[in-house]
Design a protein around this ligand. Sequence first.
Ligand code: HEC
Length: 398
Amino acid sequence: MNLRAPLLLVLCAPFASACFQKLDDSASRDFDPNAAVEAPDGGGSGAPFPVNLTTPEIGKTAADNGDVTATSPTACDKVTSDAHDIRQRVCSGCHEGAGAQGAPLTFILEDNMIINGKSTSAANAGKTYIVPGDPDNSLIYRRAAIIQDMPPGSTDVRNAATSLSISDFSILRDWILMCTGGASQTSGAVTTGAGGGSGTTTSGAAGASGTTGTAGTSGAAGAGGASGSDAGGTSGTTTGAGGAGGSGVARDNTRFNFEAGRQGWAAVTGTGLGTFTNVATSGAQIFAGTRALAGTIASTAAADYFLEVQNPTALTAGATVTFHVFIPTTGLDFVQPYVVDAANVFTGSFFMNPTTGAWATLTVVIPANAGAITRLGVQFHTATATFNGTVYVDSVDY
Ligand code: HEC
């Protein structure tokens, strides 16, 4: 660079006027772009040429022969026509007509068959040849412009008949993008169905309570309640709650339970003995089951009253006999369960001032040397005070 300035001075020195010559500005001021350019005498470049400064109307295109007056109604008409021509020129030899070697794609010129048409070949089954608006997913465009293995073999653009140019890619792309119906396609309306109403479910009514068990010997639980009815028709039936337990008292399974009668028991009568006004079974007081033996006393002085059974069976020496006795009120100074054997030996157990108003459990043990038992009973002794009442014996067992 350092040498340039001195060199310019050396070159200009002899012709100073030429290096600083004034430009002729009238040349640009009078320039008419439509005017023919005069060729200088003696030939040279610069032949007259037409210059069109007006913009062509949209849709006006040049025909292949360069005639700018040829027009297409819409831009797509031209693009569609060009895209068809490209396929005709490069692809149809192998992809058009029955028996074409590019089968199953044998209709590459039939727009209505390739647009949205799907391949049936093993390699590409289900892929769409032309997806409107989506060249990259259109099988034909992919093979031709992206993978570029169609047409096979030649990619030499100098052989226009058997190869595709960049311009061809562009036309195919524009055609698929804008002229195959994709852009104008409207989305289908999607109507969402209303959800179904929830089903009504009515619970079944609860079952009625079971009937109360009958008081009595069994005292069994009441029967189960009836099943609830199912009003809703869909829910399961509801089983009623079991009935309340029966209020009956325990069954009396003792040897002398007086459930069905006096079982041979009676008042002992004799000189000096008190006399019961009545001896019978009764339900007024019961130790177990539903009946007991009742003896009614109306005394005004001290006396002995005996309730007994003769020759009780299966009662052996050494056994313990259990009695249950109910004394309603005071007035008895003792009660005494007893046995008498065949030798007339009396064995008893005194209970002084017996419990009143409740059942008392009394026992007597048969002596080991006792003979056969001939009498079994309970003695009631009234004190001097007046006693009016009914005594009860129940559940005598051994
Ligand atoms: C020289 C014959 C030949 C030419 C020309 C040709 N193809 Fe093919 N083409 C085939 C053959 C053979 C197949 C089947 C084998 C394959 O898929 O590679 C095929 C397959 C195809 C397929 C896959 C079809 C399918 O359903 O699986 C497409 C798409 C395709 N060609 C597009 C084109 C396009 C677009 C052109 C023009 C730009 C073209 N081909 C030019 C021979 C040709």
